[in-house]
Design a protein around this ligand. Structure first.
Ligand code: 3PG
Ligand code: CO
Length: 555
């Protein structure tokens, strides 16, 4: 294969400590009451922009710049960290599934052939996020899969729906369930026994990530597999509407529910001989359920029953674990990431975040690969997130703790790169709570200051950027940018990410004089960051990387 050795950079020295800070959910938008970053006041970040405009710029973090199908697709942490770490733009899961469905190739693949074996005598279960957010899944892909599976022989189909309200507006679950019911009715007209069987809100049922709280997955297991939940309804539309009547309820946190027949029996437990597809293309929030569905030996919770099923993921979610072993669409083969290159070139790397974002700066950064490239050079540290406390109740999250860990790692001088993700803008932004998001953004700015101070002390370099927008805009807007109001005149809260670009700033005492951003890359995006970081470590980036953002001017 291609060599791993990187050429020395002609102008930039090796051996500088490089601190890489990713602010999660931190885009750039005009000042506005719904721009929580602006409202928070961020003296540390503002100072960087003011002090060195030639070392501060915006880069693209959404759409085709990060491998998503179109420029109407907002950015997200998976594709964002993939691009930041890989230095290359790959067609991402969303796009690959689109192509496989459009060409029909999805039905010719090994994964579909495998589950089809169950269609004669078993039920096909589809489990996933019911949303058109395009972050974890897409409704139109579910529609096509339902149609295609029935055309290819599925006679009995059960859909297990996780309501969103995080990548799409809260309350939209009702419309998605209505639309799905219409599709299922059409299938029933064609003689396919197709129904919704269970569900719940994505943040409370099934879609946990990075092993933050297995109870979330257990609730899903109980509802989807065992047919057990505290709430039982005759149909899903009634379920979602009734559960939302609680004034504290929202789509993200709906309790688990099961659909039962006239005699109170669940309509869609998962049984021996059934086929199961998890239809999310994105990995992080499906890995835990995939383990529960696939692993013979499993001790994270009592499964009670472990049905013998044929299980396939929409994609393979973890390339290192080969999980799940069957999948409908091959994932992007993200190869030769900057982490792997730097490990081959002796760069010692420390990465840290709190649980809810830990895999972002490790697993996603390294191309959806778990574990170390070289354990003797790398150290990844996870700070446990608070469990069961909503992020708007503790908006400071673990920003301070992450910053202190980073500071200690920097001052230890044991690492050449110290990389962190600071989660507040995103996690608190997703709650839609403006006051809390402002507090979170302030905490993130203070955390950055701690890291920058440590870099100052060791004569290092910093690279500060973000993975996509979120906290900078908390209002749903019309085409002209005016906030949209609901029927009571209240501004509609935007809990999701945005299409905005994100800032990137470089600096620090170790930065060679004359280093500045090039001006010939107006459309640069997150994938240009990896080459930039390699340069700052004193290496030329490989030819197949997106170009570096920096140049060295003659004084
Ligand atoms: C989530 O999974 O929390 C959201 O759907 C996307 O957020 P992230 O891309 O910032 O993780
Ligand atoms: Co997010």
């Amino acid at each position: 294969g291609k060599p791993w050795e990187l050429a020395a950079h002609p102008r930039l020295a090796k051996g500088k400590m490089v601190g890489v800070v990713v602010l999660d959910g931190w885009g750039e938008a005009p000042p506005d009451p719904f721009n929580c970053i602006h409202a928070a006041g961020t003296p540390t970040l503002d100072a960087l922009k003011k002090a060195a405009p030639e070392r501060w710029r915006l880069i693209k973090a959404h759409g085709t710049a990060v491998g998503l199908p179109t420029d109407d697709d907002m950015g997200n942490s998976e594709v964002g960290h993939n691009a930041l770490g890989a230095g290359q733009i790959y067609a991402q899961g969303a796009k690959l599934v689109d192509l496989a469905l459009a060409s029909g190739k999805i039905y010719e693949g090994e994964g579909f052939k495998y589950i089809r074996e169950s269609f004669d005598s078993g039920t096909l279960h589809l489990i996933g996020l019911l949303s058109d957010g395009g972050v974890h899944s897409r409704f139109d892909q579910l529609q096509l899969l339902l149609e295609g599976a029935s055309e290819h022989g599925a006679r009995r189909i059960r859909v297990h729906v996780l309501t969103d309200g995080r990548d799409v507006l809260d309350g939209s679950s009702v419309r998605f369930v209505e639309m799905l019911e219409e599709d299922l009715a059409r299938l029933r007209d064609k003689g396919v026994d197709a129904r919704i069987a269970s569900g719940g809100g994505r943040m409370y049922v099934t879609m946990d990530r990075y092993e933050n709280d297995w109870q979330v997955v257990k609730r899903g297991w109980d509802a989807h597999v065992l047919g057990e939940a505290p709430h039982k309804y005759k149909n899903a539309l009634e379920a979602v509407k009734k559960l939302r009547e609680d004034p504290k309820a929202n789509d993200q946190y709906l309790p688990p529910f099961v659909i039962v027949d006239e005699s109170g029996k669940p309509v869609g437990q998962i049984q021996d001989g059934d086929a199961v597809v998890t239809f999310n293309f994105r990995a992080d929030r499906m890995v835990m359920l995939a383990k529960a569905l696939e692993y013979e030996n499993f001790d994270k919770f009592d499964r009670v029953r472990f049905p013998k099923i044929r299980y396939a993921g929409m994609l393979q979610y973890d390339g290192e674990l080969k999980l799940p072993s069957h999948y409908l669409v091959a994932p992007p083969e993200i190869e030769r990431t900057s982490g792997e290159y730097l490990a081959h070139n002796g760069v010692r790397i420390y990465a840290c975040s709190e649980t809810v974002k830990f895999g972002h700066v490790t697993f996603f950064w390294n191309g959806n690969r778990s574990g170390y490239f070289n354990p003797s050079l790398e150290k990844y540290e996870e700070i446990p997130s608070d469990i069961g406390i909503p992020f708007n109740v503790q908006p400071k999250m673990k920003a301070l703790e992450i910053a202190q860990k980073a500071r200690d790692a920097i001052l230890s001088r044991k690492f050449d790169q110290v990389r962190v993700n600071i989660a507040n803008g995103d996690m608190v932004g997703h709650t839609g709570d403006i006051e809390a998001t402002i507090v979170g953004c302030k905490a993130a700015d203070e955390a950055v200051k701690i890291v920058l101070d440590a870099i100052e002390q060791v004569g290092g370099i910093f690279v500060l950027t973000a993975d996509h927008g979120n906290a900078e805009d908390m209002a749903k807007r019309d085409k002209s940018g005016k906030p949209l109001r609901d029927k009571d005149g209240k501004v509609q809260t935007l809990t999701s990410h945005t299409l905005n670009p994100v800032p990137i700033a470089i600096g620090g005492p170790g930065l060679a004089p004359g280093v500045r951003f090039r001006t010939d890359l107006p459309n640069a995006g997150l994938a240009n960051v990896a080459a930039t970081v390699m340069n700052l470590h004193g290496f030329e980036a490989p030819d197949h990387y997106e170009p570096t953002l920096i140049e060295v001017a003659d004084k």
